[in-house]
Design a protein. Structure first.
Lengths: 115, 356
């Protein structure tokens, strides 16, 4: 049955276009050419990132400032200290204060199956 | 003929009304930030680096004896299980009488680039399970895991047969990575230098993963935006669109070593399927899992195609094991209107008789 509603026709058309775009685009995205181009672009981004990182590290060292890597290392050491503290707290049974709530009983049974 | 003319006039009037509403609500769309997600009341039990363990406040006076731990995939946020009231799996489980915990993830810090599969399988999961046991006072725990959270849970369960696992449920969990065709193409080792990526960035950037997920369905974003405009008059549609759009854009970076290992061992080596995967120097054999097991697959899953999870049930050693295939996609399987009707009731029924 043909719809007389142009809006419904447009929605149907959109659904068909989406299916087609997913199929055609998906087939292309699966191809060697696309994968090579995608990773080529990623490699270019990485090269830029590496060059900027090296340049920034040199500039920061010249200004006697810590580099991003050094800050990250410090943050990592702090993180590991926090993790160790958390483990020690857990081992000692120390728990942060939480408002007391009544604990439910644990005797629930599944409902009887109907019919 | 008269009826057709009436239909056209009727349709034109409706579209005119909707166009008016679109203009009014379109303005509102850009002025508001969308619904608050993940707001079911909870306590944070563990907050350690990327790891988060939540305990949701029970909503019934009597709960099933066995506590339930949801394990989220490492690429996404756990609020997919707790969208808004009425569309929250967490709330649904609490109302059904379960004591619910969730192992969720935050973006790994730069210094967490050294986290590995071992960190997740031999540290985070056992720590979460131990805390759930301590908090509930029970010796056994049910684990319900989504996507790659399922892979981690399988590895943990296979390597810890005496961990007190009561039941294991996995949603859309791949074991045959050769069948994840699109990801296989992009991870092709002829072109993809995973070592350089991780050595350069430390962690695998979230943007990189977001683009990969987005490209799985190249037409979806454009069509979705047009559909949003078309449905701006419909508050329910807009609310749902905003929830899912926000969640799907909220992709987490992956810890560097962990990403390197999963690429080499699973995407390239398919070691889980071959039975050669080692974690922490121990061989993973899914036949060691002997607790009641359920896998739920989605018929139209474009991220984990059903072929990628098909061998799973056969590999698990349990006698009580089953797979169900439900209508829906990778996300609509677990959240939204489809999940409320299909997955959630099935899950509660399956777990109820196994949680006393």
């Amino acid at each position: 049955m043909t719809s007389t509603d142009p809006a419904a026709f447009f929605r149907e058309l959109l659904g068909e276009w989406e299916k087609m775009a997913n199929k055609v685009g998906g087939d292309f995205a699966r191809s060697d050419e696309f994968t090579r181009a995608m990773h080529g672009a990623t490699a270019a981004t990485m090269s830029t990132q590496e060059a900027i990182s090296a340049m920034m590290a040199r500039a920061l060292a010249a200004a006697n400032m810590p580099s991003r890597t050094e800050i990250e290392d410090l943050s990592g050491r702090l993180g590991r200290i926090e993790d160790q503290l958390a483990r020690i707290e857990a081992a000692l049974g120390a728990r942060p204060e939480r408002p007391a709530r009544p604990k439910p009983s644990r005797t629930r049974k599944p409902p009887e199956k109907k019919g | 003929m008269a009826t057709a003319a009436f239909d056209v006039l009727d349709g034109a009037a409706r579209e005119f009304e909707r166009a008016m509403q679109r203009n009014l609500k379109g303005l509102e769309y850009f002025q508001t930030s969308g619904p608050t997600l993940g707001a079911t009341p909870k306590d944070v039990l563990i907050e350690r680096g990327t790891m988060r363990l939540y305990h949701y406040h029970p909503r019934t006076d009597d709960v099933y004896r066995v506590p339930l731990l949801l394990v989220m995939a490492t690429t996404n946020r756990g609020y997919i299980f707790d969208m808004v009231p009425g569309q929250s799996l967490v709330e649904y489980l609490l109302d059904a009488g379960f004591d619910v915990f969730m192992l969720d993830w935050d973006a790994p810090r730069a210094d967490e680039r050294t986290l590995s599969l071992e960190s997740y399988v031999l540290d985070f999961l056992p720590a979460a399970v131990a805390r759930v046991k301590a908090e509930s006072g029970e010796d056994d725990v049910t684990v319900v895991a989504y996507c790659f959270g399922g892979v981690l849970s399988l590895l943990w369960a296979a390597l810890h047969p005496d961990s007190g696992l009561a039941n294991l449920v996995t949603f859309t969990t791949p074991v045959d990575f050769s069948k994840m065709e699109m990801f296989q193409s992009w991870a092709d080792r002829r072109f993809f230098d995973v070592d350089r990526l991780i050595d350069t960035f430390g962690n695998c950037p979230g943007d990189y993963l977001y683009t990969a997920f987005d490209m799985l369905r190249p037409g979806q974003r454009a069509a979705g935006n047009i559909r949003l405009y078309d449905n701006l008059w419909n508050d329910d549609f807009v609310k749902s669109y905003r929830m899912f759009d926000r969640w799907s854009a909220d992709i987490l970076p992956l810890a560097g070593e962990y990403f390197r290992q999963t690429t080499k061992k699973l995407m390239w080596g398919n070691e889980l399927l071959d039975g050669t995967l080692e974690v922490g120097g121990r061989r993973v054999d899914l036949a060691n899992i002997d607790v009641p097991f359920l896998h739920v697959a989605a018929e139209h899953d474009h991220i984990v195609p059903t072929a990628a999870s098909a061998p799973l049930v056969g590999m698990v050693g349990s006698k009580d094991k089953n797979e169900i295939m439900l209508k829906g996609g990778h996300v609509s399987l677990v959240a939204g209107g489809n999940a409320v009707k299909r997955l959630w009731p099935n899950l509660v029924e399956w777990l109820g008789v196994r949680s006393t």
